[in-house]
Design a protein around this ligand. Structure first.
Ligand code: ZN
Length: 182
C-alpha cells in the first residue's frame, strides 16, 4: 500500500532488473512543510533531484543528487538570503530486521559492505528517501548564509553620523573657530 505522505519512494518490486534511474522535482511546498520547525525556508522555485536505485540482494543502494535554493536569514543583515545548495549522497538501505546484525558486525570491525555508502533501514518493500533529501540539503547550507558576498551587514542610519565626522579633518580647526565666533 502506498504511503501518501512520502514524496520520494522507491518500490523494491520495480527494481527486479537491477537498477533504475529517477528524475524529479523537489516541490517547494513539500520542502517548506518538511522544514516547518526550522528558521529555514525555500526560495520561489522548485528544486531538482536525480537518483538511481540499485538492488543488491535485499539491500538497495541509492545514489542521489539534489539541488534546491533555500532561504535563510543573512548572517550579517538578517534579511532573507537565497542560497543555492546541492547535496549528493550514496545511501545503502538494508531491511530493518537484518539491520541489527549488520551493526553488530561493524562493532566487530567487520566491513558492512563493499560500498562507501551510509547505512539506513527500510521495511523491505519501499525505500523512502524524503528525510535523507531534506537533511542532506540542510547540511549543505553554510553556517553563515549571506544575501550577497558584499553584504555590508547592519549599517547605522546616516543621521547618527555627527556633523564633525562628515567634515574633512583638515578643516576641523576652522570648524572650532567658526563655533567660537558664532
Ligand atoms: Zn545581508
Amino acid at each position: 500500500m502506498r504511503d501518501e505522505s512520502a514524496e520520494f519512494e522507491i518500490k523494491v518490486a520495480d527494481l527486479s532488473n537491477g537498477s533504475r534511474d529517477y528524475t524529479g522535482k523537489i516541490r517547494r511546498e513539500w520542502l517548506r512543510g518538511a522544514l516547518e520547525e526550522t528558521d529555514i525556508s525555500v526560495a520561489d522555485e522548485d528544486g531538482n533531484v536525480r537518483y538511481s536505485a540499485q538492488k543488491l540482494g535485499s539491500d538497495v543502494l541509492i545514489d542521489f543528487d539534489a539541488q534546491m535554493v533555500l532561504r535563510a536569514p543573512c548572517a550579517r543583515c538578517l534579511k532573507d538570503a537565497d542560497v543555492p545548495v546541492r547535496a549528493r549522497l550514496k545511501a545503502l538501505f538494508v531491511p530493518e530486521k537484518s539491520r541489527k546484525l549488520e551493526v553488530d558486525m561493524t562493532e566487530d570491525g567487520t566491513e558492512v559492505s563493499s560500498t562507501d555508502a551510509e547505512l539506513y533501514g527500510y521495511d523491505g518493500e519501499v525505500v523512502i528517501i524524503d528525510n535523507l533529501v531534506r537533511d542532506e540539503l540542510l547540511l549543505e547550507l553554510p553556517m553563515t548564509p549571506l544575501c550577497s558576498d558584499a553584504c555590508p551587514g547592519i549599517t547605522p542610519p546616516p543621521e547618527e553620523e555627527s556633523e564633525a565626522a562628515a567634515i574633512d579633518p583638515r578643516l576641523q580647526p576652522l570648524l572650532r573657530f567658526k563655533k567660537l565666533n558664532s
